[in-house]
Design a protein around this ligand. Structure first.
Ligand SMILES: [Zn+2]
Length: 312
């Protein structure tokens, strides 16, 4: 069993201003924690290539791609896409590396070079819809990699598990109603982007959306995962699992108000590893989404990776 980490220095060169919580220091905090806890020595570090524009275009419209590629500001300046999603001169490059990491990780697990992978990447992706970047996200890394897995390798059953505290509206938009892709998630509700809650009886069959109120703690989340996610995952029998791994439901993270701790992320990861072992030869590609309390982020990623690497 081997676990790789995909990342690239370009992912730290995209930044949206000193005030912005989605900052380069997040990746540094992860690196530092993996070194401090001794995991860094045990993982296979790989440099993320740049995604081809054609791979991004499997999910995103030409207009969405143009909103990033054709609006890079001069050095030291920012171009706002929305109130909290900005470009700097390096954003295009960073976005190509982030999507490229997810694609390369997918290639490596499918051909069997590694069992699973974590992509330590930014910008994150799950709010980016096919038609627009939004919510700190430029391109939807997980959706692009899932589309790549289906189109390049002919996979017929994919699962996307999103445990970020925010609803993955972009991923839902990309795959809603696509029976090949099961998306399971929980998210604090109401909270940005105020999506994912469908009128009773109208949720597309391939989505398991679990809105939860603020102050929900890890034990309640574990019960919901057991009741709702695991049966859906079992019956879908995914050939590959993607994780939109956001760690902003951590109780130390002020961007939302939930109560998960590292042990909860480890527990969730254990359940997903078990599903992957039963149906997918263990294949998991996990991609960083949110997580803004730097110490909690580092510790949570370490707990997640320890389980992925079979070291817990
Ligand atoms: Zn989030």
């Amino acid at each position: 069993m081997s676990t790789a980490i995909f990342s690239h220095p370009d992912c730290m060169r995209h930044e949206m201003g000193d005030w912005h919580p989605e900052c380069p220091a997040r990746l540094q905090a992860i690196d530092d924690q993996l070194i401090a806890c001794g995991l860094a020595n045990l993982l296979d570090y790989r440099e993320a290539p740049m995604a081809a524009v054609s791979a991004i275009a499997r999910v995103h419209t030409p207009a969405a791609i143009s909103k990033v590629r054709d609006h890079l500001p001069p050095s030291g300046d920012y171009h706002p896409i929305d109130a909290d999603t900005l470009l700097n001169e390096h954003s295009w490059q960073a976005a190509l590396r982030a999507a490229g990491a997810a694609i390369a990780a997918t290639d490596a697990v499918i051909v069997g070079e590694i069992t699973n992978a974590f992509c330590a990447i930014r910008p994150p992706g799950h709010h980016a819809t096919p038609s627009t970047p939004m919510g700190f996200c430029l391109f939807n890394n997980v959706a692009i990699a899932a589309a790549h897995a289906m189109q390049t390798y002919g996979l017929e059953r994919i699962a996307i598990v999103d445990f970020d505290v925010h609803h993955g509206n972009g991923t839902e938009d990309a795959f809603s109603g696509d029976p090949r892709v099961l998306m399971v998630s929980f998210f604090q509700h109401p909270l940005y982007p105020y999506s994912g809650v469908h009128p009773t009886g109208t949720t597309p069959a391939n989505l398991v959306n679990i809105p939860v109120p603020a102050y929900t703690r890890g034990d309640a989340i574990r019960d919901l995962v057991q009741q709702h996610w695991l049966p859906a995952l079992e019956s879908h029998r995914p050939q590959l699992l993607f994780i939109s791994a956001g760690f902003d439901a951590h109780r130390e993270d002020d961007i939302a108000a939930m109560g998960l701790v590292e042990a909860d992320y480890a527990w969730i990861t254990r359940q997903l590893v078990a599903v992957a072992q039963r149906h997918a030869n263990g294949r998991i590609v996990s991609c960083l989404e949110g997580g803004y309390a730097l110490s909690a982020l580092g510790r949570s990623v370490a707990a997640h990776l320890k389980v992925l690497a079979g070291l817990d």
